[in-house]
Structures are given as C-alpha cells and as structure tokens.
Design a protein. Sequence first.
Length: 286
Amino acid sequence: MSTRTLISPAVLARPRGRALYWSVFTAVVLLFALAFLFPVYWMVTGALKSPDEIARTPPTLVPAHWRLGGYTDAWDLMQLPQHLWNTVVQAAGAWAFQLVFCTAAAYALSKLRPAFGKLILGGILATLMVPAQALVVPKYLTVADLGLLNQPVAIWLPAVANAFNLYLLKRFFDQLPRDVLEAAEIDGAGKLRTLWSIVLPMSRPVLGVVSIFALVAVWQDFLWPLMVFSDTDKQPISVALVQLSQNIQLTVLIAAMVIASIPMVALFLVFQRHIIAGISAGSTKG
C-alpha cells in the first residue's frame, strides 16, 4: 500500500526540489514565529517609548529613544512587588491543594476502584458542562458565609474542584503498567506507599502538565479574585493592573503587563520539556 506525501523522496533528492522544500518550510516557520512573537515584541518595546511616541500615528516599530523609566515607574507606582507576591501565594496554594487532592482522588478512582466509582466520575465530569459563570454566585456566597473573603483560602479551595485535571490524572493512572503495581503489592507495599514510591515518580510528565494548568489558571484569573478581594493590598496582579490603571500613563501600564507576564513565560521556558512529555503521556501503553 503506497503512502502519499507532499513531496516524493525522488523530488526531494534533487537539488531544486530540496531547495524548494526548505524555502517553503523556512517561510512557513518564520510566518508562524512572526505571528506569535510580534505581539510580544510590540508590548515590550511599547513600554520603552515615550507617551507621545506610543500614541503616534502611524506607529513606530522601533522606539526613537529607548527609555527604561516605564519599567521602573511601573515597579514603584503600581506596587508590583506586593501584588506579584500576592499572586505567587495564591497560585502556589492552589497548585499544592490541586496536586494533593486531585492526585489522591484520581488514584482512588483509577486503582482502588471504589463502589459507584464510575457514577462518581460521571458526576465529576458533568461539572465540566456547567458554565463557570453559573458557579460564581454560589461560590461567593459559600466563601462569604465561611468568612474567607480577602483570604488566600478563597482562591485555594475552589481551585481544588478541577474536574479536568482530575480526569487527566486518572487517564494517566489507568495506563500505568499493572505488573509494576502488583510487584509492589507482592513486596508488601500498601496503597499509600505504592502511590508515593511507584505511581508519583512514574507520573512526573502529567504532574508537570497539571501543575502548569493550575498555576496559569490562577495567574490569569480576573473575575473571581476581583469578587473575593475588596482589600487592594491583597489583590493579585491581574486585578491590581486594572484597579491601579486609572491615572497611570499608557507606557507605564504596558510595562506593568510585561513584568506580570514574565513569571509564566519563564515557567514555560524552564519546564517546556516536561510539558511536551506530559502532552504525549496519553500514549503510554499499559
């Protein structure tokens, strides 16, 4: 059975065909890179322009005069260190709670097989069909009744109920080699010991992906932190950028957005190998 390809090996072996192939390939890669990287470049250089230059028509691609004052003003005037720390605390807590409880629940549903496990899993997955906006009012009333407003716990606890991450973990646990777990059981390892010593080390790729999802979800969230944090000093960076932008120059606001995006970009660059491995983790054979 023949397999059709865009360029046949015979054509690709010729100098003209090889040159055409690499020319088209390079052009497509550069086009996609430009589409993704140009907005980042525009934001970074926009903070380096003067207020008059940023409002100029037509806009300038390269700043006429490079000014770092926008970044220093954003750091000081918008109290970025405090709000970045608030965001770190809220994101780290939500990540820790999700990793502990979602992993435990996924392991129980996958390997312990409790009674009515499929029914429970179906109920959890059914929550994915409910619009997030429909849950805002019940969540807010619950948090307010518990006296958790203006507290990081108001971010941590709702983040635990993440059906997507739980299902992602369960699917990965389902495909782990069963003979490895049975060997651990024969050696006398209990369920908790098996989870800690066998399952978690084998699940590093998917745990990395879940971690990224958990951190990014909290870092970019706006509506829920806006509702639960009326105290400006405790607001995360996503809310503070909007609340403090009323009397701030546009270049300073752009600089603040650049600074706020650096942690997530750095996180991706550092852990991109684990993220890619976790995305392909679903192909693991049991």
